[in-house]
Design a protein around this ligand. Structure first.
Ligand code: PGA
Length: 245
């Protein structure tokens, strides 16, 4: 089965109303008509309204970068899946390594967030990935397998998206080689099946995107730094569209 490639931007804690406007305008100028690959941006919560207003009716989907596992209640600072639905989000990142590492999100919590997002009708993008120490210790499959199993033991993966993001490759300029990515993606594929899209993330740039996206089990990318620069993000998108053609 052909899996449509997806290129999703993760803006992290970047942006301003003005910069967002300029970035979205530049993306839409090139991405006016839907092509061979899908495109999305995951933005900070306060910008969802702006992004939804600009992207409604265009080929670019949008989403958030995290979500509460709770439906509502006394959870100061949190945002529920139902709230994201009100902003017409399609996607939400779940279990990004920065959430796991900096905010102590556990596998169980990530699984609960995944379930909350899915039952609200959002498409979770579940991020998994090993640290450098874990890779060097030969534990990559054990770690990403454990992170994925926490979700699979709780809910059906359904039409959710998986993203393999080696922690050592995020924001470091040191991407996994296409072969390293393919090896882990093949392992994840065996656990999830043929229909699930598995994105690669971690220092994807215009220069390395085509080689990574050419791998059999790489169905697109989750792009951090390069998603903030229209020319770079578009070049990565174009590489995915070409690979998916
Ligand atoms: P990067 O980030 O592209 O800046 O390495 C990827 C991510 O964290 O999703």
């Amino acid at each position: 089965m052909a899996r449509t490639k997806l290129v999703a931007g993760n803006w992290k804690m970047h942006g301003s109303r003005g910069a967002n406007q300029a970035l979205l305008d530049a993306l839409l100028k090139e991405l006016g008509a839907k092509r061979n690959a899908e495109c999305a941006v995951c933005v900070p919560y306060p910008y969802l309204e702006q992004v939804a207003a600009r992207l409604r009716g265009t080929p670019i989907a949008w989403g958030a970068q995290s979500v509460s596992e709770h439906a509502q209640g006394a959870y100061t600072g949190e945002v529920s899946a139902a709230m994201l639905v009100e902003f017409a989000c399609r996607y939400v990142l779940v279990g990004h390594s920065e959430r796991r590492q900096l905010y102590g999100e556990t596998d169980a919590q990530v699984a609960a967030k995944f379930a909350a997002a899915q039952s609200a009708g959002l498409t979770p993008i579940l991020c998994v990935g090993e640290t450098l120490q874990e890779r060097e210790g030969g534990r990559t499959e054990e770690v990403v397998g454990r992170q994925l199993d926490a979700v699979l033991s709780k809910v059906n993966f359904g039409s959710a998206v998986l993203a393999y993001e080696p922690v050592w490759a995020i924001g470091t300029g040191r991407n996994a080689t296409p072969e390293q990515a393919q090896d882990v993606h093949a392992f994840l594929r065996r656990k999830t099946g043929n229909e699930v899209r598995i994105l690669y993330g971690g220092s994807v740039k215009a220069q390395n995107a085509a080689a990574i996206f050419a791998m059999k089990d790489v169905d697109g990318g989750l792009i951090g730094g390069a998603s903030l620069v229209a020319r770079d993000f578009l070049a990565i998108y174009n590489a995915a569209a070409a690979a998916g053609a």
